[in-house]
Design a protein around this ligand. Structure first.
Ligand SMILES: Nc1ncnc2c1ncn2[C@@H]1O[C@H](COP(=O)(O)OP(=O)(O)OP(=O)(O)O)[C@@H](O)[C@H]1O
Length: 796
């Protein structure tokens, strides 16, 4: 049953992140080993993650190791088949040297080695490797770096999102370099694994492999351990120094030798991860050495920080998406299934059809985890591949959740290990439904600045979280599918009605507040989101009505929303859709519906129906004419009118909507007649109003010294944030100058207006050249229209 499945998956994910050292991470295809204790290869094996000596004091451990060395020596041959790396060397020494004493060091080291962490350990056939002809360029580039005798940096960080294919690349490359004799050693971490999930034996495992792989290092490394067996339980820094640095410096190798550390983020403890990096970096400080370290991890911020905090340089390599490689992999794997599966004999080629293959490639987002998950599902011998392919194609259909078991386990484990889960789901909802930046999320949920980055700290492997105020994206489309599917994402499902209402409420509260130009979901997207809520959503939906009624019209008529024609069309659709959604919602209050119908009408004036309007007004009152002149003649945007005309939105709405036809967009319903002759007088009145405004701005700001006192300046500053307040003030006065000049020119001769013009301070006239030029030009022309023009004055 889906509910059961969900619960068990959640429980499993929880168990995976439980901090008890016994956790399992089995999303890797083929399942993981690990689990409680018993897998441990080293001396203290089976103790649930306590590698050699972790629980013993150093001296006690040294004694223990020394004892176990003797005990184990005689059983070496029996043990060697489980240790393919060590066996040849040990047997060779037994037969040819017959000198048991010389084996002590390496034998002790062997006990402090996690053989499972090596690239070709016995169970590594289950671990990911690159499919033939995939990642070819990347492998070539990495190969080149690894073997470059004079690389710019000796540490390479290979990073990429969860399931990108880092481990596959590391294992494939390690195998190649091993063949060339250039592999120093490897450690493949595995989250939650008893011995591979921590760093207790990291450097002893590496030193052990160095001793086996590089002949000239065998004796020196062995001697170090022999002389000081407690070294296997010493700090990372000491082990690095004694087991790796000193022997390597004393016995230089002519060719570069590479050490691979994969899945650093899977090593228990972020401070330990940092310590590993610092230990590696310290190896190279001021000393060139033939060793190279290739470290792979998810792009976790703490790892990036640790790398950047040292003066030692590193280069980084991003495991990017590759649609081409995924296509190749899927194509080959489908052919294999088609060829080998007993039920496929009669299915014509190509199977699946190219369009289906392409769809799957697209859904993979160019990463392998999705591709390998569905191949495992479709290729299952117990089912018909054709049926299973249909299940995969129909993402929301029955049984589809089981298609993504491995993928879902991966996502569950990542989400379940995030520290502040109750705060996570609403944020994930915002990411799924809107294009939001971390800063937008802070504003939206009223979090302290930077808080959402902290909440999302553990999700860098599934989300691309940009360093600046930019949009958060999912690395895989499949992660968004997962969050949108209740049976897959369980508690993290983002589309419960409660989550949706909560998200809508936060957004509406943001839009009810004073206008700010910030990167947060666009109002159109919010409207689309709201109208997608079920009208029968009961009390939850009803709770939104007052908020829908209090959206600040500054946002609604923000000109950025409809800069382009298509936007204005879709803006108009927004109004229509919200009005019809409100009407279809049984409990929607009448006045909210009316309000949005009014907004729709105002928007139609703003964007489409202006010309029709001015010709047809029968008996406009001065209020209406003032608005119409401002919008039509002076080209003010509706958005600017509250400031320009000193009117409230409610006032503007009531005035404008007194002309509203019975149904929006129906021109024939307008109350119409020819324009009145008094419009000249209105241009004069408006000119007077604007002159006073200009003068008032001047006085309020102490002659421009204090631009923050000008409402116009503040507004322009919001509209064009590139300008500072002082510039915004100058611009606002500049535009006023332009408008006044046109209005004066259109006005009949009028002594009052003439006198008012003299009240404009000369500094305002001269501060903006082009508009002052226009003003002077138009005023002198206007003076000529006086019945008895004073030529002296005009000349002046
Ligand atoms: N080049 C490839 N060819 C075929 N399969 C691949 C390739 N790369 C990755 N895969 C498959 O994709 C899955 C994820 O790969 P892998 O474990 O290497 O990713 P990762 O980046 O190391 O993931 P994580 O960050 O979770 O450790 C595995 O099942 C692996 O077999």
């Amino acid at each position: 049953m889906p509910a059961d499945r969900r619960q068990s998956r959640i429980a499993q994910a929880r168990a995976n992140v439980a901090n008890d050292g016994n956790i399992i991470n089995n999303y890797h295809i083929g399942g993981g080993r690990g689990g409680a204790g018993g897998e441990g290869r080293n001396g203290a094996g089976g103790d649930g993650g306590q590698g050699t000596g972790a629980s013993l004091g150093v001296d006690a451990q040294a004694r223990y190791l020394s004892m176990s060395t003797h005990l184990h020596f005689d059983s070496r041959a029996g043990d060697s088949h489980a240790n393919p790396v060590a066996a040849p060397y040990i047997q060779q020494n037994i037969h040819h040297h017959g000198d048991r004493g010389r084996l002590h060091g390496i034998d002790i080291l062997h006990h402090a080695t996690v053989l499972e962490a090596i690239h070709d350990s016995t169970d590594s056939f289950m671990e990911p490797k690159c499919h033939p002809e995939t990642r070819t360029q990347m492998l070539q580039d990495l190969h080149k770096w690894a073997l470059d005798p004079y690389p710019k940096t000796t540490i390479l960080w290979l990073y990429g999102p969860a399931g990108a294919g880092k481990s596959a690349i590391m294992r494939t490359l390690a195998t190649q370099l091993h063949k060339n004799g250039r592999l120093g050693g490897c450690f493949f971490f595995k989250r939650g694994h008893a011995t591979r999930g921590n760093a207790k034996t990291l450097f002893t495992t590496v030193a052990y492999q160095l001793a086996l792989n590089i002949e000239r290092l065998r004796a020196p490394i062995s001697q170090v351990v022999e002389q000081n067996p407690s070294i296997v339980a010493r700090s990372m820094a000491t082990q690095m120094q004694e087991l790796i640095s000193k022997p390597c410096r004393a016995h230089e190798h002519p060719d570069p030798i590479v050490i691979f550390i994969d899945g650093l983020d899977e090593c228990d403890g972020s401070s330990v991860q940092g310590e590993i990096l610092h230990t590696i970096q310290s190896l190279f400080l001021n000393h060139p050495l033939f060793l190279r370290f290739m470290v792979a991890s998810r792009p976790e911020p703490q790892i990036r920080q640790a790398l950047n905090s040292s003066s030692s340089h590193y280069c980084s390599f991003n495991v990017e998406q590759s649609f081409h490689d995924v296509r190749k992999y899927l194509g080959d794997e489908f052919s294999r299934i088609h060829r080998n599966h007993p039920t496929m004999a009669k299915i014509p080629s190509p199977w699946p059809e190219p369009s289906v293959l392409e769809m799957l490639v697209r859904k993979s987002s160019g990463y392998f985890i999705y591709a390998s998950t569905i191949i495992k599902f479709i290729g299952d011998e117990n089912y018909r591949p054709t049926v299973r392919l249909e299940v995969v194609q129909n993402t929301n259909g029955p049984g589809s959740e089981s298609a993504y078991d491995a993928l879902d386990q991966l996502y569950m484990t990542i989400l379940s290990s995030a520290p502040r889960q109750s705060e996570l789901t609403p944020i994930l909802g915002a990411i799924v439904h809107f294009r939001v930046s971390p800063e937008g999320i802070d504003r939206l949920f009223r979090l302290a600045q930077g808080e959402s980055r902290l909440i999302l700290w553990g999700l860098h492997s599934v989300l691309s979280i940009p360093p600046r105020d930019d949009e958060i994206r999912s690395h895989h489309a499949s992660f968004l599918d997962f969050l949108n599917h209740p049976d897959r994402s369980g508690n993290f499902y983002v589309n419960t009605l409660i989550c949706q209402i909560g998200l809508a409420r936060s957004l509406l509260q943001y839009y009810a507040a004073p206008f700010q130009r910030h990167r947060i979901p666009a109002l159109s997207n919010l409207i689309r989101f709201i109208v997608s809520l079920p009208p029968s959503g009961g009390a939850g939906v009803a709770e939104l009505f007052p908020l829908i009624g209090s959206i600040n019209p500054d946002h609604i008529f923000d000109p950025k929303r409809y800069e382009h024609l298509e936007e204005s069309k879709s803006g108009y659709d927004d109004f229509k859709s919200i009005v019809s959604w409100l009407k279809s919602t049984p409990s929607a209050p009448r006045d909210i519906i009316q309000l949005w119908e009014d907004y729709a009408f105002m928007f139609s004036i703003e964007t489409r129906q202006w010309d029709l309007f001015i010709e047809n007004i029968i008996s406009p009152n001065p209020g209406i004419l003032c608005i119409l002149v401002s919008m039509g003649l002076l080209r003010y945007k509706l958005w600017e009118l509250p400031t320009v005309l000193d009117r409230t939105w409610t006032d503007l709405r009531i005035t404008l909507c007194s002309l509203r036809p019975k149904s929006v967009g129906d021109a024939h319903m307008l109350s119409v007649h020819q324009p009145q002759t008094s419009s000249h007088w209105n241009t004069r009145d408006l000119a007077l109003q604007l002159i006073r405004k200009m003068v008032k701005n001047h006085m309020d700001t102490d002659g421009g010294v204090n631009p923050a006192a000008s409402r116009d300046a503040l507004r322009y500053n919001v509209l064009w944030p590139l300008y500072n307040l002082e510039q915004a003030y100058i611009i606002s006065q500049y535009y006023l100058g332009f408008d006044i000049s046109y209005l004066v020119r259109l006005s009949p001769p009028c002594p009052a207006l003439y006198r008012e013009l003299w009240s404009i301070p000369p500094s305002e006239i001269w501060s903006s050249q082009p508009s002052s030029h226009k003003l002077i030009q138009h005023v002198s022309k206007w003076l000529e229209s006086f019945p008895d023009p004073a030529m002296d004055l005009i000349t002046f």
